[in-house]
Design a protein around this ligand. Structure first.
Ligand code: SF4
Length: 195
């Protein structure tokens, strides 16, 4: 799914993607500081949530991080990813959604923290999204956040500029690479494509 030509083209976009992620992280940290919200040691770990990711840029960025790991670690992660994918598939056959730990989570920490996708960066804090038709969608935070936020003034954390920036970058990348394939993948599904 990822070709050498796509990886070459990614080099033209990686700095802009990193900057977009830096802006995202800074805004998230500001909002988290407002609520005094800290994400650590949570029982209901969001790395068990079956997030889907939708851009080739995030897919390739995870691959770039994965390449930096040792061969033994990559093998271990791939085995975990294969197990997660097959268990998820089995549960889907029975109409169930199970929560399985992301293969990149080791002892509560993300092995590819700097390379993690957008949703991993934004999850936790309640947010709003302004759609092009003017409708505003509101999303709750995680359970830990909701307990804390009850006592705080809402800062209306707006994900819209971050979604827009990543979508624009992805559009430019697809135009550059002539790629129109849709992406809807979990991190585990991405990892089983790597070697
Ligand atoms: S990529 Fe990292 S932050 Fe995202 S779910 Fe996996 S372990 Fe958690």
């Amino acid at each position: 799914m990822i070709t050498p030509a796509m990886i070459d083209s990614f080099a033209l976009f990686s700095d802009r993607l990193k900057l977009a992620f830096q802006r995202m992280d800074a805004a998230y940290q500001k909002a988290a500081a407002h609520y005094d919200f800290h994400c650590s040691g949570c029982e209901d770990n969001c790395c068990r949530t079956r997030f889907h990711h939708h851009t080739l840029l995030e897919f390739i960025y995870i691959f770039k991080g994965f390449e930096e790991l040792s061969a033994a670690k990559r093998k271990d992660i791939r085995q975990k990813a294969e197990a997660v994918c097959s268990e998820s598939l089995e549960s889907e056959k029975h109409g169930e959604t199970i929560r399985l730990m992301c293969p990149l989570n080791e002892k509560g920490l993300c092995l590819l923290y700097d390379y993690r996708p957008m949703i991993c960066r934004l999850h936790g804090i309640s947010h709003e999204i302004h759609r092009p038709d003017g409708q505003v969608l509101y999303g709750p935070g995680c359970d830990v956040f909701m307990n804390i936020a009850e006592k705080q003034k809402n800062v209306n954390f707006d994900r819209t500029p971050f979604y827009k920036e990543i979508a624009m970058l992805e559009k430019a990348f697809r135009e550059k690479t002539g790629n129109s394939q849709g992406v809807k993948m979990t991190v585990s599904q991405m990892l089983i494509h790597f070697f």
